[in-house]
Structures are given as C-alpha cells and as structure tokens.
Design a protein around this ligand. Structure first.
Ligand code: ACO
Length: 431
C-alpha cells in the first residue's frame, strides 16, 4: 500500500507541503505535523489537546464512538468478568497475560513490598486531621523520591521494575494511613498473607482492640473497581505523569504529579463530587431542577459523572459498574439503597433530555463507583484516593513505556502568544 500523505497548501503564498500519515494497529490515523512548522513557520493550535496525539503507545485502546476499551488488546468486559486486578497489573506492565508461575511470582513480589519506611509514617503527623486524603497521598508519594533517589536509575530496566513493584504495593498502605490519620486511629500494618484488596480493607477498617472480618464480597467488589480504573490511555493524569517524567524526574515525583492531576473534579475527583451532588439533589422530585441547572450556561453546575472527552456513546466501565452495583448491594444486604436509586433515576431522566442527547453526554466511570465505595463503608473523601490506587499501575506502565523508548523527548508544548508586544520598562515613579 502506498504511503498515505496529506497535502497542505498555504493559500497566500501557494507553498505546498506533504504531511506523512502514520497508522496504528487500530483507530484513526495521525498526521505527522513537523513539516507544518519546518515549511511554513506555523504551529498547530489545540487547547485541551482534543485533537492531538502526543505519543505512540501499545497499552490501551479506546474507541469512544463505539464504547470500546481494550487493554493490550483484551476487552474490558472480559477482563472485568474473568481476570483479577493483579493479573491486569501484570498485563498492563508486561504486555501479555501471565502464566500461572509468572502471576504467582508477580503477586508475591507485590505482596512483599507493602511496608513503608517508618520515617514516612511520621510524615502524617504533620497534617491536620481534616486534611484532604488526596493532599496527604500526593505529598507522601512525592516524599518517597527522597527515600529512593540514589538507588533509582531510570535507564536501568531492573530499577524501573523494582520501582513499579514498590509503588503498586505501597499505595494502599499510603492511602490507608491517610484514612487512619483522619480518624485519629493507629495505622494498621500491611499483611502479606492477604490478597491486594483484602489487605487494603484490613488496613482501612481493622482496629487493634477487636478482630476484623474481611468480607470476601467487599474484597471482590474492590478488585472489580480496581480493574475498571487501572488504565485509560492518555487522560489528564497519565499525560501529567508522562510530562513530568519526560524531564527525567524521579518517578515517585512524577506519580505524585499524576495524583494531583487526578484530584480535580473534571477528572478523578468527579466520583466524590457525584456523591455530594446526589446528596444535594436528595429526592427524585428535585432531579428536573438540577438537570435545568446543568443546562443553564449561567450556572456553574454540571451533572457530575456525566460526559467524557472520548466516549460519545457510552462508557463501558460505567455500564459494568452499574451492573455490579445491583450484585454488590444485594450481597451486602443493602437491597434498597436510596443513593443508587436516585442515580438510576437521574441517568434515566438526563438521557431523555435533548441537551444531553445532542452533546452525547452519558454517565462515565465516576457516576456509579461512589455507590459501591459508600456501600463498602469507604468515606466520600477517600473515593478519589481509591481511583488513584487503581490508576497507579496505568501511570507506571505509561512512564515505563515512555522511558524505555529511545525516541523519547522532553514534553514541551508551544503556545499562541496574545500578550503585550515588546515595550520599554518605566520606573515606578513615572507609572
Ligand atoms: N453537565 C452539563 N453539561 C455538560 C457536562 C455535564 N457533566 N459535560 C459537558 N457538558 C456540555 C458542555 O457545557 C459543552 O456544552 P456546549 O457545547 O453547549 O458549550 C458540551 O457539553 C461539551 O463539553 P466540554 O466541556 O467541551 O467537553 P470536554 O471534553 O472538554 O470535557 C468533561 C469532558 C471534563 C468530562 C466534562 O464532560 C465534565 O466536566 N463532566 C463532569 C465531570 C466528570 O464527570 N468528570 C469525570 C470524567 S471521567 C474521568 O476523568 C475519570
């Protein structure tokens, strides 16, 4: 097949350029735009990067119109039904599903890196009890770069692998410590005999004065949510990790930057915002009022958990979580859950409304996840932290892919300058 090219003509000068087209394995082709600047002296302008591919990647594929999400080629529906979070972590990091011995070794490696340096635990005392856990988690991850800096050569594959295992293993411990600090309860040390999610529940909810029963239904629900949040190609937080990491920065610092980017309500912070919104709406009768507010451009209110930059039909993760809500709530004996019922009614009414139909706004992954987190007893302020725990593997996989690519360059966008032209300085006495 002949190489595809686009021809670009500057209508003022008549100058022409040929722009090469690059094809992936699936998905739309991309245009290599380097010649636009080389031949015509202009840059492309794409605020919000809505139309720009910034890298080549083999990890995750999304078809937003068809509601397709593939990790290393495997559909999210199949992974959600048949796989486990540990297996998905291995898949994202290594590109292939593990055989049994590889999975056992990987799981064992993660289970044996769960403890934090005792000095790190003392950092939490510096935070006020009502500090937002995302602030604590981001800060503690950043400070891990102080513990693992000299031993971290980013160009050494073994060092990168140890980093991957450490951060995936320790993030539940970091999160649980933030939760315990806000409650004023003692930290619960990790237990390496437990599965990833069972250990997380134990660190979150156990107290020294009585035995804690780890509900397998809760651990299984968490495992499913973690699979569904594990990666999502070049979203805002992953792009932040890539950008920070592209400077050669310590990877713990890059992950901490990703946590900060995830926190915003337009991204991972939406799960917390959804619960606040549902509580604010309160009853089914109030839904039309809030839908009207979401449509009113003079109000800053948006339906949280609705809309997505890429999905314009449905978010397959939201569909799976909605289905899981029924099962989990039933298994936990919460057959009537007012928040879930309100969320279902809100979805139904919004999806009948022309405003949402025309703009292709559907529930996203954050719309229903909070219902399950709440049912498990996880407080609202911890929802985005749960997202961060799961997404850590995605951030690490993308950082690894970028660093091991010999063609890696520092990420450095350009701009359209609209400020003052050159002018001379005037002393304060003359202004
Ligand atoms: N409620 C009401 N209107 C909305 C919503 C919403 N949730 N989302 C988008 N719109 C409207 C916009 O006002 C805009 O309308 P207009 O064309 O009349 O101006 C149109 O839909 C397009 O919206 P954009 O903001 O341009 O879409 P963008 O791709 O930039 O933003 C985003 C996507 C941030 C997810 C947005 O839909 C949103 O703010 N949603 C609510 C927050 C949320 O749930 N975020 C989680 C996303 S999933 C994740 O990150 C894990």
């Amino acid at each position: 097949m002949a190489d595809k090219k686009f021809e670009l003509t500057d209508l003022a000068s008549g100058k022409k350029s040929l722009l090469p087209v690059k094809s992936g394995t699936i998905g739309p082709d991309v245009l290599d735009i380097a010649a636009i600047n080389r031949d015509h002296g202009v840059f492309t302008h794409d605020p919000g990067f809505g139309f720009t591919s910034a890298c080549e990647s083999r990890i995750t594929y999304i078809d937003g119109d068809a509601g397709v999400l593939l990790h290393r080629g495997y559909p999210i529906e199949q992974l959600a039904e048949k796989s486990s979070f540990m297996e998905v972590c291995y898949l994202l990091l290594n590109g292939e599903l593990p055989n049994r011995p590889d999975l056992e070794k990987f799981t064992n490696d993660i289970q044996h890196h769960t403890m934090l340096n005792e000095s790190l635990l003392r950092f939490y005392n510096g935070f006020h009890h009502n500090a937002h856990p995302m602030a604590m988690v981001s800060a503690v991850i950043a400070s891990m770069s102080a513990f693992y800096h000299d031993s971290m050569d980013i160009h050494n594959p073994r060092n990168r692998e140890i980093f991957a295992h450490r951060i995936i293993a320790k993030i539940p411990t970091i999160a649980a410590a933030a939760h315990k600090h806000s409650l004023g309860q003692p930290f619960v040390y990790p237990r390496n005999d437990l599965s990833y999610c069972a250990n997380m529940l134990n660190m979150f909810f156990a107290v020294p004065c009585e035995p804690y029963y780890i509900d397998p239904v809760a651990a299984e629900a968490l495992d499913l949510l973690f699979i569904l949040h594990a990666d999502h190609e070049q979203n805002a937080s992953t792009s932040t990790v890539r950008l920070a990491g592209s400077t050669g920065a310590n990877p713990y610092a890059a992950i901490s930057a990703g946590v900060a980017a995830l926190w915003g309500p337009a991204h991972g912070g939406a799960n917390e915002a959804v619960l606040s919104m549902l509580e604010q709406i309160g009853t089914v009768e109030n839904i039309p009022k809030y839908i009207a507010m979401a449509k009113d451009k003079n109000s800053h209110f948006r339906l949280m958990g609705f809309g997505h930059r890429v999905y314009k039909n449905f978010d397959p993760r939201a569909k799976i979580i909605r289905g899981a809500c029924h099962k989990v709530l039933e298994s936990l004996g919460q057959t009537s859950n007012p928040l879930f019922e309100l969320a279902l009614s809100l979805e139904e009414l919004a999806l009948k409304d022309d405003y949402f139909i025309e703009r292709k706004l559907y529930p996203n992954v954050d719309f229903y996840s909070g219902v399950i987190y709440s049912a498990l007893g996880i407080p609202r302020s911890m929802f985005t932290v749960m997202f961060a725990i799961a997404r850590t593997v995605g951030w690490v996989a993308h950082w690894q892919e970028m660093i091991s690519d010999p063609a890696m360059r520092i990420g450095r966008p350009r701009q359209l300058y609209t400020g003052s032209v050159k002018r001379d300085y005037v002393g304060v006495e003359k202004r």
